[in-house]
Ligand binder design. Structure first.
Ligand SMILES: NC(=O)c1ccc[n+]([C@@H]2O[C@H](COP(=O)([O-])OP(=O)(O)OC[C@H]3O[C@@H](n4cnc5c(N)ncnc54)[C@H](OP(=O)(O)O)[C@@H]3O)[C@@H](O)[C@H]2O)c1
Length: 254
């Protein structure tokens, strides 16, 4: 008997599907047979290119826009997805608002903390309010949050990003307990600094100063993160909930 991941009975919505990691999650879940809602915020053109790239998988796809920090916008997206391809029972909260450069607590702008709170905490609250009720009715669901190794490292200058992602961690650990009885799992993936299409385009895959401290001596890839998302979405992961899984080559572990 071969072991495979079959999501053909399921519909997945990935926020930030136009981003570096999101686009590979979308492709991987489509490869596993899931119907796919491709979410974007501002990058409409990428969303259309990604939809085109899924053609060969023969799954239902749609494109939806929203600002994940705004509940009204998320609820509007929920209604759109429902009418286009049906209610998602796999939700991946992957979108992130990037702040740059990172600064020390004393230097970081107050607005950056508010921005990260909205991007990480409120995204997850809004997405749960919009999409969990259908999962509860179906008695099956997968809610997967994309966190970061930074919450384990807590290095200097990471405070705005880490505080948002630690808040997200709090929301999702509680949510796992609240909706576990409905056969819905809630888990998080904490990637390290990951090789994406941007690195491949720019030739920046190798980062020895970072990789030399990683037990596996290399950066992980976008595909390696997407593989864990596909696993958590599948029935192979049916008894894992409330977990945060570092996918860091051993760089940051719990
Ligand atoms: N890349 C890494 O090495 C790495 C490492 C650790 C953790 N992570 C985590 O992995 C996830 C993906 O990161 P990434 O590097 O792929 O990010 P990215 O390339 O910067 O993409 C960010 C995505 O989020 C969307 N977005 C931003 N603000 C939004 C808003 N207010 N409402 C809705 N969507 C919004 C963007 O949409 P548009 O482009 O359409 O505007 C884009 O699709 C994040 O949660 C990040 O914290 C990444």
């Amino acid at each position: 008997m071969t072991l495979n991941i079959d999501l053909s009975e399921h519909t997945a919505l990935i926020t930030g599907a136009t981003g570096q990691l999101g686009r590979v999650m979308v492709k991987t879940l489509a490869q596993a047979g899931a119907s796919i809602a491709i979410h974007f915020n501002k990058n409409k053109q990428s969303a259309f290119e990604i939809k085109e790239s899924l053609k060969d998988f023969g799954v239902k796809t749609c494109i939806v826009q929203c600002d994940v920090t705004d509940l009204e916008s998320v609820m509007k997206m929920k209604n759109e997805v429902e009418s286009l391809i049906g209610n998602p029972d796999i939700v991946i909260t992957n979108a992130v608002s990037q702040i740059f450069p990172w600064r020390t607590v004393l230097e970081e702008d107050i607005k950056d903390y508010e921005d990260q709170f909205k991007s990480s905490v409120m995204q997850n609250v809004n997405m749960a309010k919009a999409f969990v009720p259908h999962m509860q009715r179906s008695k099956w669901g997968r809610f997967i949050g994309i966190n970061t190794e930074c919450t384990i490292q807590t290095f200097e200058t990471q405070s705005a990003y880490v505080s948002g992602k630690k808040g997200m961690d709090g929301v999702l650990r509680v949510l796992a307990k609240e909706i576990g009885p409905y056969n819905i799992t809630v888990n998080q993936i904490a990637p390290g600094w990951t090789v994406s299409y941007k690195d491949r385009e720019n030739g920046t895959e190798e980062q020895p100063e970072y990789s030399n401290n990683i037990p596996l001596r290399r950066r992980g890839t976008d595909q390696e993160i997407a593989n864990v998302a596909a696993f958590l979405a599948s029935d192979l992961a049916s008894f894992i909930t409330g977990a945060l899984i570092p996918v860091t080559g051993g760089n940051a572990v719990l």
